[in-house]
Design a protein around this ligand. Structure first.
Ligand code: PHE
Length: 337
């Protein structure tokens, strides 16, 4: 039979259960256990009607009081648990640095190409393009390299079909530019080129930047001045240059330009083969036969042209001794630039 002790015991139990509740789910379980439709306290309240009349008022009052107190306590506990949850939400250190997002960046070869093109763009050149799968005519014939000319062996050519090659240099863009433009003109043409070659300094695909300037009275002094400015902007103002006689069928005279070694400054080291000089490009005055091929009058127009290897310049600038590293796509390597 229910008496005051039963209620007292129930009160202690119920309040302890509220105290122990860790979250909203726990609290709901406590509520159901005591105040639910079949809850312990609910059962007691229902059974009051069956009590002897002298006990009814006392037990009834106590039980109802307990119900009120328990409801209040549950409400208070719920409020407290919600508050703690909100506190946790704002418990963030706003001064912490954000999570870094890895940023992509340009491949070192692209970086060097953009840098070199920018130097010539500042000097009034504009960008020209041409196809990588090229006609024999543009890659050789129009550049004064006829069939059976020994200069065809200077570059091991990939043939696609009779009369169609993978361009072995960017010089065919000279022809395409002159065919579509009237002189005077100044163009710079970056792009991929292909040669059947592979070792620590050669890959079958590499990049060149071609330059062509056509105007009246262009002199060899213009060529030397222009390329000296380029070398000093690319490798630093203390860089010295020298020009050696060379041969290209599409320029006359032809030269190769060396810069003072970027590693030893000219004293001689492993990179420059103890000469103090590094070859970085080929150049020359546009051959009259090239002008004839595009319908420019050779007595009226003069021009200078040059072609440089981007990988070689990137290797010298970044101190890289194996060209193949550029194309193996190891992030550890690429992330350094
Ligand atoms: N096309 C030549 C090469 O690939 C370089 C060059 C370009 C030389 C223009 C002279 C003038 O070797």
């Amino acid at each position: 039979m229910i008496n005051q002790d039963t209620l007292e015991k129930l009160r202690k139990e119920a309040f302890a259960a509220v105290d122990n509740a860790k979250d909203e789910k726990d609290l709901e379980e406590v509520r159901i256990r005591y105040l639910g439709r079949k809850g312990e306290l609910t059962q007691i309240l229902k059974s009051i009607a069956t009590l002897p009349p002298e006990l009814k008022p006392v037990i009834g009052r106590l039980a109802n009081q307990l119900k009120k107190d328990l409801e209040a306590s549950l409400k208070q506990a719920l409020k407290e648990i919600k508050r703690q949850g909100e506190e946790k939400l704002v418990d963030i250190d706003l001064s912490l640095p954000g999570r870094p997002y890895p940023l992509g960046k340009l491949h070192p070869i692209s970086q060097i190409m953009e840098e070199i093109c920018a130097i010539f763009l500042r000097m009034g050149f504009s960008i020209a393009k041409g196809p990588e799968v090229e006609l024999d005519y543009y890659n050789f014939e129009a550049l004064n390299i006829p069939q059976d000319h020994p200069a065809r062996d200077m570059q091991a050519t990939f043939y696609i079909a009779p009369g169609i090659v993978l361009r072995t240099h960017t010089s065919p863009i000279q022809i395409r530019a002159m065919e579509t433009m009237r002189p005077p003109l100044r163009i710079i043409a970056p792009g991929k080129v292909y040669r059947c070659d592979s070792d620590v300094t050669h890959t079958p695909m590499f990049h060149q930047i071609e330059g062509l300037l056509v105007d009246r009275k262009v002199s060899f002094a213009d060529l030397k001045g222009l390329l000296t400015v380029f070398a000093q902007e690319t490798f630093g103002s203390q860089t010295r240059v020298r020009f050696r006689p060379s041969y290209f069928p599409f320029t006359e005279p032809s030269v190769e330009m060396d810069i003072s070694c970027v590693i030893c400054g000219g004293k001689g080291c492993r990179v420059c083969g103890d000469t103090g000089w590094l070859e970085i490009l080929g150049a020359g005055m546009v051959h009259p036969n090239v002008f004839r091929a595009v319908g420019y009058t050779p007595t009226e127009w003069t021009g200078l042209a040059f072609g440089l290897g981007v990988e070689r310049i990137a290797m010298l600038k970044f101190g890289i001794d194996d060209i193949r590293l550029f194309y193996e796509n190891h992030l550890k390597f690429l992330e350094q630039f």
